[in-house]
Design a protein around this ligand. Structure first.
Ligand SMILES: Nc1ncnc2c1ncn2[C@@H]1O[C@H](COP(=O)(O)OP(=O)(O)OP(=O)(O)O)[C@@H](O)[C@H]1O
Ligand SMILES: CC(C)(CO)[C@@H](O)C(=O)[O-]
Ligand code: BAL
Length: 286
């Protein structure tokens, strides 16, 4: 497995693979890899001849008061995980490589990015769309892999690829959880032992909402109410949002009569964590 820092090196490698007729998968990440990322890499390796993992803490998707500087980084550990999982190349660019002096082109989106995480992170999805577009142009993969943990991001990227006629298949991958239910996230490392315990209200709320929907509840407000109650019982938790939205448009819906996403964002102390479940109408897992 190779680690490269420049766009030119990625292009050269992918060109050589294409000459051999090989298929290429891309797994975009911000590094500090865990079993959630590993499941994406493993799926990509199963479905493609060669897999590129990008590791880049993308400055344009962080707001001014967010954790860009403190975001955890460990390239040595990440490289070992990528290699043992079967990736062929890590693309680990510098910010200057991705955003050279004079950079001024961005990919933005309406509607889908104005809800949920977009409300408390107004510049976030513009940064995500821009960097993912760049990565897709640089690598030109057959398939690119994204986690359902970031469900709004997945919906936004699917829409961007459709709207901008990008020639790539977007593959969604299920949420990987700790044994006690907490969704794996690089940001879990910020949690103190007491906060780590408190963070369990996220998955408890998600599992309770899912159970209610599976039992036939069709009123979105009732779902939100039940999920909210569980989080509010935890003194260390502060709700950013608990919402039920149409899976395609990310707009809030009153009835669970179509494929939907129940999504939450909760501050545990200073750490903002997200979780969700998706379902078809009538209690079938998405
Ligand atoms: N627990 C998980 N299960 C499945 N996919 C995941 C999980 N955590 C992250 N991913 C996916 O991995 C990709 C890279 O995510 P990222 O590097 O931001 O990791 P993260 O752990 O979500 O970090 P953060 O703390 O920023 O939320 C994204 O497509 C994301 O959805
Ligand atoms: C897709 C992504 C790698 C873009 O920076 C990031 O938003 C993430 O890790 O989910
Ligand atoms: N997994 C999403 C990346 C971010 O929170 O910036």
């Amino acid at each position: 497995m190779k680690i490269v820092e420049t766009v030119a090196e990625v292009r050269e490698q992918v060109k050589a693979w294409r000459k051999e007729g090989l298929t290429v998968g891309l797994v975009p990440t911000m590094g500090y890899l865990h079993e959630g990322h590993q499941s994406l890499i493993a799926k990509a390796c199963a479905q493609n001849d060669r897999v590129v993992v990008s590791i880049f803490v993308n400055p344009t998707q962080f707001g001014p008061n967010e954790d860009l500087e403190s975001y955890p980084r460990d390239l040595e550990h990440d490289a070992a995980l990528c290699e043992s999982t079967g990736a062929a190349l890590i693309f680990h660019p510098t910010p200057e490589e991705m955003y050279p002096k004079g950079f001024c082109s961005f990919v933005d989106m309406n509607v889908l990015t104005k809800e949920l995480c977009g409300l408390s992170r107004p510049v976030h999805f513009r940064g995500v769309c821009t960097v993912v577009s760049k990565l897709l142009h640089i690598v030109q993969p057959d398939k690119a892999y994204f986690g359902e943990k970031d469900a709004q991001q997945l919906a936004v990227i699917r829409r961007m690829v459709l709207d901008l006629n990008m020639n790539v298949e977007i593959v969604g991958c299920p949420i990987v959880r700790e044994s006690d239910g907490l969704a794996k996230s690089s940001r879990n490392t910020y949690l103190s032992p007491a906060e780590r315990k408190a963070a369990l209200v996220l998955s408890k709320s998600i599992f309770a909402g899912k159970q209610l929907a599976e039992a036939g509840e069709t009123d979105a407000a009732k779902l939100v109410q039940a999920m909210t109650k569980i989080i509010e019982a935890e003194p260390l938790a502060k709700i950013d949002y608990v919402k039920v939205v149409d899976l395609m448009t990310m707009q809030q819906i009153p009835k669970l009569d179509r494929p939907f996403l129940a999504a939450i964002a909760v501050y545990i102390g200073k750490t903002r964590l997200i979780d969700n479940f998706m379902m078809q109408a009538g209690g079938t897992a998405e």
